[in-house]
Design a protein around this ligand. Structure first.
Ligand code: GCO
Ligand code: MN
Ligand code: MN
Length: 389
């Protein structure tokens, strides 16, 4: 029997086949776990209360599969989805593993590689749509450089734009109901990747032919690697109406992409994120792009998956308590209702308002000496998160 934090389908939690399917290979060591067949991943995740499963084309269909093999694999996978009441909300393409992509797909200097990249992505889009995906993620894992004179970075951005514009037109031509979500990362596996942060993508999207079709897929670990405050970036994406998808995991600051269990490292930032998503009624998939520690066997993988979902639900409950805590809300009310008579000076511009505002005399020394109550507020949050409130 579950408790109040047991995940259920309506929580809309999803995992990638590559996340729970991660075999624990790293740059220094071989796999520590056997690959779990995709159909068993579907079954086990469903049993744990997950709702969706995402995939790269080659997580399901090997890159060298024949058409007959592909069809059989896809048929079996669809049956598992149906049997275990799971959906495929998002799909994506592997344009990073095969050596052909060693210098990028969209941004490769070789037009033959760029053409192959487009072909692979179109086929992968067809597969994703066949499985029911409504979001298509682009993570340019190899779109970057070590030798920075090898590619003109302005040209790289143009090539990326040409590629995304081409694929937007492909989706429209096929009459697919599919939106694109761009995923930023500052480095790894390349020394430097183009479009290092979600903010870079938000600006890029506005330069596309069909900006409304394209949003972002921010990832906790990636923005943290860039030294940024994740929930601030997510808030800006929400404000722009561009938060189409999200990759949840955790990460120690200043390290490689660790892809830890959601909320395993930084409870406070995880809380701030969950509170932001819940208070703003984010209704998209909550996707865990993380994997179990390399120390684990398959049981540890399912402990990991359940842990991601439970921590999200526990933090959702903490966000509810935060909203209902009289002392906390009292301080927040005080903070947001200071000097209400000055509101009339703000908001949209008029010449009359500007003239009036220019005449106001401010006692800035008195204003500057007013204390905030943020120490008290932050300690109340700490006590709430630490479970004594
Ligand atoms: C990573 C990325 C990937 C992508 C995935 C979907 O750092 O490896 O986060 O896991 O999210 O390829 O595009
Ligand atoms: Mn990542
Ligand atoms: Mn990711």
């Amino acid at each position: 029997m579950g408790d109040a934090f047991t995940p259920v389908k309506k929580d809309r939690f999803s995992f990638g086949l590559w996340t729970v399917g991660n075999v624990g290979r790293d740059p220094f060591g071989d796999p520590v776990r056997k690959a779990i067949p995709p159909t068993r991943i579907v079954q086990q995740l469903s049993r744990l209360g997950a709702w969706g499963i995402n995939l790269h084309d080659n997580d399901l269909v090997p890159i060298d599969a024949s058409a007959a093999q592909r069809n059989k694999i896809v048929k079996d996978f669809k049956k598992a989805l149906k049997d275990y009441d799971m959906v495929v909300p998002m799909a994506t393409t592997n344009t990073f593993s095969h050596p052909v992509f060693k210098d990028g797909g969209f941004t490769s200097n070789d037009p033959k590689v760029r053409a192959y990249g487009l072909q692979k992505i179109m086929r992968s889009i067809d597969l994703g749509v066949e499985l029911g995906a409504s979001t298509y993620v682009f993570w340019g894992g190899r779109e970057g450089a070590e030798c920075n004179v090898s590619k003109d970075p302005v040209e790289a951005v143009k090539r990326y734009r040409d590629g995304i514009n081409y694929l937007c037109r492909y989706v429209r031509d096929q009459k697919y109901k599919l939106r694109f979500a761009m995923e930023a990362k500052p480095n790894e596996p390349r020394a430097d990747l183009y479009f290092p942060t979600t903010g870079h993508y938000l600006a890029f999207i506005e330069t596309l032919d069909y900006p409304a079709m394209v949003g972002v897929n921010p990832e906790v670990a990636h923005e943290s690697m860039a030294g940024l405050n994740f929930h601030h970036g997510v808030a800006q994406a929400m404000d722009a109406g561009k938060l189409f998808h999200i990759d949840l995991n955790d990460q120690r600051f200043g390290r490689y992409d660790q892809d830890f269990r959601f909320g395993s490292e930084d409870y406070k930032n995880a809380f701030l994120l969950v509170r932001l998503l819940e208070d703003n009624r984010y209704r998209g998939p909550k996707h865990f792009d993380a994997h179990a520690y390399r120390t684990e066997d398959e049981k540890g993988v399912w402990d990991f998956a359940l842990g991601c979902m439970r921590t999200y639900n526990i933090l959702r409950e903490k966000a509810r308590r935060f909203r209902q805590d009289d002392e906390i809300q009292g301080i927040l009310n005080e903070i947001s209702n200071q000097n209400p008579e000055f509101e009339k000076h703000l908001g949209s511009y008029s010449r009359k308002k500007a003239q009036a505002l220019k005449r106001v005399r401010f006692n800035i020394d008195a204003m500057g000496s007013v204390g905030s109550r943020y120490e008290q507020l932050d300690q109340l949050l700490a006590e709430l998160l630490l479970g004594v409130r």
